[in-house]
Design a protein around this ligand. Structure first.
Ligand code: ZN
Length: 407
């Protein structure tokens, strides 16, 4: 059996006044997704347990069939995997933003979208100050960097009760009450203070101020995670997989579950991504893998910008260039299934990820038509087919005959 999964990141949304009371999925012309809905089943799934943050990390872990309550060990460790950094037992990864804090207020969690080159220089100076041994600052892209804490002679003091705050939740707010707390927080706060000293008169910041740009005044440490122990997908399901995505987080996730990653030139992770190139790459990969998964970040980006029109346009592009050709190619096979589902909702209203159900559509071999004709939030909710623990959907998608009553 051949399987395809298409993930329009964050596409689930609410009815929009600007779209005549329709959700973006309803407003978009998506004949291929609708055909899949008509040929199979639509329902809802909840990928983010109430006590976990509604990030793409937690949500995609669940969508790929892993119980986040059991397997989510923090955002930074997935990002480390994406960069090819291996975490051993007892090692931790911590997100290390470069930020602008002014008078105890978080002015900008991106330090004015500082360049990768400037970020690399700042972190090199901080590394010099901190010295070798156990703590390693790893430059990423722009303000998004990592701190890797290796367990050496002494264990890393961080733990499950360590609390940190994402800097994007603090924009224009006082940071005073939001420094790390709990096990290991002394270490994190110490490093954050050290950065303030090192960065204050750093040539990079001198130049940035002179050019009228925001300086990177501090590092902000958050999103800590220990090494995730994910059983390989092939072990759980006896199927191998391949992932097409432009986003580091998804690349990391794919690596951790033992999937091949297919890089597509022109896949940007933004609204200008080359949809057709992703579609072609997926078609080329069908023969060489059991499960081909295409993740597209664009709908999520459109929501972060609060742009309903761009969200509708992104969905239409995904339908036309990715879902339609995949669905057509699969139907020429003897046995096949397709799953379309976002990871989490990203409402245009709030411009940020949220908890809550997302609509999914499943069609293919041994999936009987369930009587819907469209793929959208309203049609999906109306069926009553629901997976309150979204991670259980993957097993049903791969192995069960449909209809069944959800799980
Ligand atoms: Zn997402």
């Amino acid at each position: 059996m051949k399987y395809a999964i298409v993930i329009p990141d964050g596409c689930a949304d609410e009815p929009q006044e600007s779209l005549g009371g329709k959700t973006p999925l309803q407003a978009a012309r998506t004949p291929a997704m609708d055909a899949i809905a008509a040929a199979g089943a639509v329902g809802t799934a909840n990928n983010v347990p109430a006590h976990l943050p509604p990030g793409s990390d937690v949500a995609n872990l669940s969508l790929l069939g892993y119980d986040p309550c059991r397997y989510f060990t923090g955002r930074a460790s997935l990002e480390a995997a994406a960069q090819g950094i291996k975490l051993g037992e007892g090692d931790w990864a911590v997100r290390c933003n470069l930020v602008t804090i002014d008078d105890q207020v978080m002015r900008d969690f991106t330090a004015g979208h500082i360049s990768t080159d400037e970020a690399t220089q700042l972190l090199a100076s901080l590394q010099e100050k901190v010295g070798p041994g156990g703590l390693e600052f790893v430059p990423g892209v722009s303000y998004r960097n990592l701190l890797i804490c290796r367990a050496g002679e002494r264990p890393v003091p961080l733990g499950g009760d360590t609390r940190t705050t994402p800097p994007h939740d603090l924009t224009d707010k006082s940071v005073a009450d939001h420094f790390p707390r709990g096990p290991g927080s002394d270490l994190l706060v110490e490093l954050m203070s050290a950065s303030e000293e090192v960065f204050a008169d750093h040539p990079v910041n001198v130049a940035r101020r002179k050019a009228g740009n925001l300086p990177a005044t501090n590092i902000w440490l958050w999103g800590q995670g220990s090494a995730p122990q994910l059983p390989p997908f092939a072990e759980l399901h006896k199927k191998n997989g391949a992932m097409i995505t432009a986003v580091d987080l998804l690349r990391g996730l794919a690596a951790l579950i033992g999937w091949r990653r297919i890089d597509v030139p022109g896949a940007t992770g933004y609204l200008d991504t080359d949809y057709a190139a992703k579609g072609r790459a997926a078609m080329e990969a069908i023969d060489s893998t059991d499960v081909i998964c295409v993740h597209v970040e664009a709908p999520d980006e459109a929501s972060h910008q609060g742009d309903a029109k761009a969200k509708v346009a992104a969905l239409q592009e995904i339908d036309r260039h990715i879902v339609a050709p995949l669905w057509a190619a699969l139907q020429k096979r003897d046995a096949y299934r397709i799953l379309v589902s976002p990871d989490h909702p990203t409402p245009l209203r709030t411009k940020t990820h949220s908890h809550g159900a997302v609509p999914f559509a499943v069609a293919g071999t041994d999936v009987e038509p369930h009587g819907q004709t469209t793929y959208d939030e309203i049609a999906a909710a109306a069926t009553g087919l629901t997976f309150p623990e979204g991670w259980r959907l993957m097993d049903c998608f791969l192995h069960r005959t449909w209809p069944h009553g959800g799980a």
